[in-house]
Every structure is written in C-alpha cells, then in structure tokens.
Design a protein around this ligand. Structure first.
Ligand SMILES: Nc1ncnc2c1ncn2[C@@H]1O[C@H](COP(=O)(O)OP(=O)(O)OP(=O)(O)O)[C@@H](O)[C@H]1O
Length: 251
C-alpha cells in the first residue's frame, strides 16, 4: 500500500493452510478494498471455504498473515465488524431456537440477548429475506433454504462493515436469490465490503466486477469475471469422465 491510501478491509499475505497434514492453500495473497464486492470462485475442493474460514479467523493459518481493517484477524476488536455466513448454514443444529431468536443472537451483547429479541432490525431483516411470517417458527422446522435465509439475516443484523458469505444462494429459490442479491447490492453501494463464494455469478452477475479464482489452493485469476478461465485449466476432464463413465472420450 502507498502511504496515505485507505486501509484495506481484507489483507491476506502469503497464506498457507494445511489440513489433515496436507496443503490446502498455498501462498495465497489477496487484498480487498473497503467497499469492494469480490466473488471467489473455483472448482469443488479448490479451497474457497478454507480461505473464507481463515479470513474470518475460524481456521488457523499454517503460514502467512491475515488482517481485517488493518488489525490481525485474531484481534477481537475486528470481529464486531464482520458478518459471516458459513457454507450450508445449519442455523443452530438441533437447538429449537426460532428464526427471531437466531437472528437476535447476531446482536449479542452478553446478557442483553433477550431484550434484543424485539429489536426492529430483527423483524426488518426477516422481512427483507422473505421470512416475516416465520419469525416465531423454530428453525428446526424450516427447510434448508429457509434456514439459510435466517443465517443471512443473522449476519446482517449488526450492520457489518465486512460481509463474508459462503455460497449464500445454495438451496435458496430463484425469486429469493434475487431478493437477497438486491440486499447485497444495496449494502455494497453503501460501502459494505462483500466477499462471496459463488459457483455461478447468478443473480450477482451484474455486480461482481472482480473475480478471484482458486485452483488447488492457489489463486489462478484475479480480475474481471469475464476473463476468468472457463474451467479449471489443470483439471483432467478426460480422466474424470473416464472414471465416471468407464469409457474414453473422443473429441
Ligand atoms: N478437515 C479437513 N481435513 C483434511 N482435508 C480437508 C478438511 N477440510 C477440507 N479439506 C480438504 O481441503 C480442500 C479444500 O476444501 P474447501 O472446503 O476449502 O474447498 P471448496 O473450494 O470450498 O469446495 P466446495 O466448492 O466443494 O465447497 C478439499 O480438498 C478438502 O477435501
């Protein structure tokens, strides 16, 4: 960074992550400016979720550094600025919390949770994600897509400066995808930084102007989405087809 330039929202430098004794991310460097909307793409297993988990501090790095808003990710002071929706957000597992209760936990202050239950932001966000009629339904009685929407509302309720989302549209119907994409768009236009793992740009295709593509734990593209490799350049598609179909492919 040049002196006097704005502090980036996310700064990942030479990040390595090993899992189960094997390298999963290797020498990943990435800077996201405050207010940017970045799509993170790549084949299954390329390391996208691992990178997001490291970015929000739930996955330890084996080497390298991660800073959010100029502070190390381990610094608890940055956590209040971050909203994170993990992949396949299960929304409380078997705990029979209602949608309203789950979203209100995003406003945690110790001991102040109950009083936040009727915070107007909770109802407003449940309405934004199309669940206003389900506020008092236990999330154990919701579909996967409905739970995903609850967890998106939970991540948004504290108005984070950085929103980190792992496949937020997974399991969500198309109409609701558009509604949620509109929320992300609005937040981005107001200066919220958004880093989102996507398989397809889908409802965000007009909004994502920077795509970072991972391939086997390395960044292989960082730029305009239309210039990204169409498929994993090192992937052996013929071998995969042969394995799946038990036959050779002849072009
Ligand atoms: N706990 C773990 N122990 C060992 N290896 C793991 C562990 N978690 C993930 N991996 C491996 O790390 C690699 C990257 O996984 P990751 O979930 O980050 O990929 P991804 O790009 O998010 O994939 P997908 O698109 O399928 O969600 C994969 O090869 C996966 O098998």
């Amino acid at each position: 960074m040049t002196p006097g330039s704005a502090t980036p929202a996310v700064s990942v430098e030479h990040l390595d992550v090993d899992l189960g004794g094997a390298p999963v991310l290797h020498d990943v460097s990435l800077e996201v400016a405050a207010g940017e909307l970045v799509g993170l793409l790549g084949a299954n297993g390329s390391g996208k979720s691992t990178l997001l988990r490291a970015m929000v501090g739930v996955q330890a790095a084996s080497a390298g550094t991660i800073s959010l808003f100029g502070r190390p990710v381990k610094d608890r002071r940055v956590h209040a600025k971050v909203g994170y929706v993990p992949q396949f957000a299960a929304g409380g597992g078997s705990i029979p919390a209602t949608a309203r209760e789950t979203v209100a936990t995003g406003l945690l202050g110790p001991g102040r949770w109950f009083s936040r239950l009727h915070d107007p932001r909770v109802d407003s966000l449940l309405s934004d994600v199309g669940l206003s009629g389900m506020a008092d339904r236990p999330i154990t009685q919701m579909s996967g897509g409905q739970r995903q929407r609850v967890m998106i509302a939970r991540a948004l309720v504290r108005s984070p400066q950085l929103l980190v989302l792992d496949e937020p549209f997974s399991g969500v119907d198309v109409a609701t995808q558009d509604a949620i994409a509109a929320i992300f768009r609005r937040l981005s236009q107001r200066g919220t930084t958004v880093v989102v793992v996507l398989h397809e740009l889908g409802p965000l295709s007009e909004d994502v102007r920077r795509a970072v593509v991972l391939d086997r734990g390395r960044v292989v593209h960082d730029g305009a989405p239309e210039d990204r490799p169409l498929f994993d350049p090192g992937h052996d598609h013929q071998a995969l087809h042969e394995e799946c179909l038990g036959q050779e492919i002849h072009p």
